[in-house]
Design a protein around this ligand. Structure first.
Ligand SMILES: C[S@@+](CC[C@H](N)C(=O)[O-])C[C@H]1O[C@@H](n2cnc3c(N)ncnc32)[C@H](O)[C@@H]1O
Length: 481
């Protein structure tokens, strides 16, 4: 009797652990010894299976449930195995017979008496492959700019995203961009790195990246590369020493938009400090002594950020303070590091993360449409509070930069417009991100690349595309009085 391959059994174990511990897929894969023991090919199959099942879980369940007699009685472990096999059958290039028989063996490994049922269900799911391929083809054509009148059902089938999300993407991004985003939803996200402040010259960093077979190619931004393989990055020590920072290309652009040519930056929502490192680098390149004050709500992230700045040799230039950003307007509550006004205030807002679903696939089906906007405890309400409070810290003539890694307008332009229409926003004007010093100083080719993502109002709005960066949003507001 055949047995399921190590790549598939490893992927199944990771999915089980994820369900039991409610953990993120990437974190579990990063820490899993059995992933490290797989060869390169098996490891990439296991990774694609785990990420793909996460992105498309609801779509896979819909199909499984339509062919199983007692869907609610399926054991969670059996459902994991069926999802994994259904994903492979519908979306990967594995020959049909192999994908079905491997799926049956996976199910047998967790519940032997369910193997027959799995065989019947997976064969029927395999019969749907044609409609998934047809939808994918229509979406790819629409992504190339040829208008085809694609539907949200085709987008949802191709990406695995829930129907409501596919429909919103189509409404808000238009056919071409929504199709581009959905056509790469199940692909691995590219790996981008930027030179840190602890590093030597760009040439030295480049040769160290080449030395670990990362196959770096320049992104167009100074000191920034796209890697063909990031497999040896962690063991190389380049990241832990902060010689490089792993950050999506769009996140690197956002930091260049927020970097001032003089003075200090306040970063609201500092997280684990990736943007602080990039801000310090961008300020240094502009000939300005790096000075970043970070404010973050979560204590454990503040500790990680501090430790990182120490390793980067930036403890004197970047501070990491535990503080609720919605209280930034309350001058009496401000710790010393956050007091006074700043040339630039970056609100790196907590958001849905819809621009980063290739990296964080669990977002797609965990997202609740109702939590995005409208209610007092919605994301957009928190984003608006942070923006209003942070605006009080901007020096006259300075900039307020609002950023998210979402592609949805209710978290982006609508938050900015509501702010501009409010009392707090009355002293601010929207300015083009292209006029930010860190963008104006870029080589012509890099500027033109950035400008492709800038809309008619001067806001940066990238959308995931095949082989391209994630979806990020950034608006730049100048304080006039
Ligand atoms: C998009 S993430 C920031 C990522 C970070 N800037 C980086 O580069 O790694 C948003 C951050 O905002 C933090 N946050 C959420 N609510 C906050 C609040 N009220 N005050 C300050 N930070 C908050 C979250 O904990 C999260 O780390």
């Amino acid at each position: 009797m055949a047995v399921a391959s190590p790549a598939r059994t490893t992927a199944l174990r990771i999915l089980g652990a994820q369900r039991r511990r409610n953990a993120r897929a990437r974190d579990l894969m990063r820490g899993a010894r059995e992933m490290d023991m797989l060869g390169h090919k098996a490891r990439s199959l296991a990774t694609r299976l785990v990420l793909g099942v996460n992105v498309a879980s609801g779509e896979l369940d819909r199909r499984i449930d339509s062919f199983v007699t007692h869907a609610s009685a399926l054991q969670p472990r059996v459902r994991d195995a069926l999802r994994l096999a259904a994903f492979e059958v519908l979306y990967l290039e594995t020959p049909r017979q192999v994908a079905v028989s491997q799926g049956v063996e996976l199910v047998r490994s967790v519940q032997p008496r369910a193997a027959r049922m799995a065989n019947a269900v997976l064969r029927r799911i395999a019969d749907c492959r044609g409609e998934v391929d047809d939808a994918g083809e229509a979406v790819r054509i629409a992504a190339s700019g040829e208008v085809r009148g694609i539907t949200s059902a085709q987008l949802s089938m191709t990406s695995g995203y829930p129907g409501w999300l596919a429909s919103r993407l189509l409404d808000e991004l238009g056919e071409c961009r929504a199709a581009a985003m959905c056509s790469c939803a199940l692909d691995p996200a590219p790996v981008y790195v930027a030179r840190g402040t602890a590093a030597g010259s760009a040439t030295e960093v480049l040769s160290r990246l080449e030395g670990i077979d990362a196959e770096p190619s320049p992104t167009g931004l100074p000191g920034s590369w796209r890697l063909v393989s990031g497999a040896r990055l962690a063991s190389s020590g380049l990241v832990s020493s902060c010689d490089v920072a792993v950050a999506d290309l769009s996140a690197q652009v956002v930091c260049r938009i927020a970097a001032p040519a003089s003075g200090r930056v306040l970063e609201v929502g500092q997280g684990r400090g990736t943007k602080s490192l990039l801000l310090a680098r961008a300020m240094d390149e502009l000939g300005c002594e790096p000075a970043v004050a970070g404010c973050e709500l979560v204590a454990s992230k503040v500790r990680q950020s501090r430790d990182r700045m120490k390793r980067a040799g930036l403890s004197g230039q970047v501070s990491c303070v535990e503080f609720d950003g919605t209280r930034l307007a309350d001058v009496s509550a401000l710790p010393g590091e956050l007091a006074g006004s700043f040339e630039s205030v970056l609100v790196d807002a907590p958001c849905s993360g819809t621009g980063t679903m290739r990296r964080h696939p669990e977002i797609a089906w965990a997202l609740d449409e109702g939590s995005l906007a409208g209610a007092p405890d919605s994301l957009s309400s928190l984003q608006s509070s942070l923006l209003a409070a942070a605006s009080s810290r901007v020096a006259v003539g300075g900039c307020l930069v609002y950023a998210t890694c979402s592609v949805l307008s209710c978290e982006n332009a609508e938050v900015v417009d509501a702010f501009l229409a409010s009392d707090a926003g009355s002293g601010f004007e929207l300015a083009s991100v292209m006029d930010a010093p860190g963008i104006a100083a870029l080589p012509v080719e890099a500027r033109s690349r950035v400008s492709a993502w800038v809309d008619e109002r001067g806001m940066f709005r990238s959308v995931p595309t095949p082989g391209g960066p994630d979806g990020h949003f950034c608006a730049r507001l100048v304080r006039t009085r």
